[in-house]
Design a protein. Structure first.
Length: 306
């Protein structure tokens, strides 16, 4: 399959969901279990658009295992894919260098990037895998209600965010990252309707925090509400928050204030099939950047290339 066809097929699936008013990344978990970050057989995180592809595949089939691998990788464990199981196609970004002749008649080297598709299977589609690939325990049910919560039960998630050296102030009634002050402001934790709503919102604003020039220098060239560049930054933050929530094991809370962005996202995706790939890649960059502050984060050191 050609690189352009792969890109268009991925975008078409995302567009179809957005046109129904559904954000495909809003349910990053399989069946009735807890959210899972898709991982390779090495335990490395998948990146970018592959996360969305594997989330959709897991949701459709009801897989609870986070692990995916190729047919050959399964054989290396002495395992085998179950008869009749169908694979899921994901992509790998590759690059080739070609020598061309410019207008002056000089030979110059140019780099071209393209996508390759390859097939993987979920661990639940494979027999005789080692016990480390067993289905993980279900995540705890979310705590609902805008009332005091048992935050001690969420200590690991709180520690994940506290490890990030961002200035965070809890006050007022707005959630925002202020670039001029390089600061995140959030309402008090108990003002949120659930712990998941708090962590989702904090994750979203923390992804915005990574865009600063001295961090990831992410700039889509616009800063006004309604601009495509503004909406693309919101898409990166939305995807990044979903990735973070899956990483720390919580269901993401859907933010109603993103409904106005759907029309702009649809316009951008229909105009350029690479837009969703770019946004997903930058969201993964944000997760990788934040993960470096976490102690003993092995997946941050061995992330998948695509």
């Amino acid at each position: 399959m050609k690189s352009q066809d792969i890109c268009e097929n991925i975008t078409a699936a995302i567009v179809a969901e957005l046109e129904k008013g559904v954000m495909p990344w809003s349910k990053p978990w399989a069946g009735s279990g807890g959210p899972v970050m898709p991982r390779r057989h090495t335990n490395a995180r998948y990146r970018g658009i592959n996360i969305l592809i594997l989330w959709q595949a897991a949701e459709a089939a009801g897989y609870r295992s986070p692990y995916w691998m190729t047919f050959k990788q399964a054989l290396e464990y002495g395992a085998c894919v179950k008869k009749g199981e169908r694979s899921t196609q994901i992509v790998y970004a590759d690059r080739v260098t070609k020598t061309e002749t410019n207008e002056s008649g000089e030979n110059v080297e140019r780099n071209f990037s393209f996508l390759k598709a390859y097939s993987v299977f979920n661990a639940e589609q494979i027999d005789r895998l080692p016990t480390r690939f067993a289905i993980p325990a279900t995540a705890p049910a979310p705590v609902e209600g805008g009332e005091p919560k048992d935050w001690a039960a969420y200590a690991p998630s709180t520690a994940w965010f506290d490890a990030v050296p961002a200035e965070v102030i809890h006050r007022g009634e707005r959630a925002v990252y202020i670039p001029s002050q390089d600061r995140i402001e959030l309402p008090e934790r108990d003002a949120f309707f659930s712990a998941e709503a708090y962590f989702s919102t904090r994750a979203h604003e923390t992804v915005h925090w990574t865009k600063a020039e001295r961090r990831l220098a992410r700039d889509f060239g616009a800063a006004r509400f309604g601009d495509e560049g503004y909406a693309m930054e919101e898409l990166v933050a939305e995807l990044g928050a979903a990735f973070i929530m899956a990483e720390i094991g919580h269901q993401p809370a859907i933010r109603e204030d993103h409904a106005p962005y759907i029309a702009v996202w649809l316009k951008a995706l229909k105009r350029d099939c690479k837009a969703i790939l770019t946004a997903a890649a930058k969201a993964s960059d944000a997760l990788d950047y934040l993960a470096q502050f976490q102690p003993n984060d092995e997946a941050a050191e061995q992330t998948e290339a695509a």
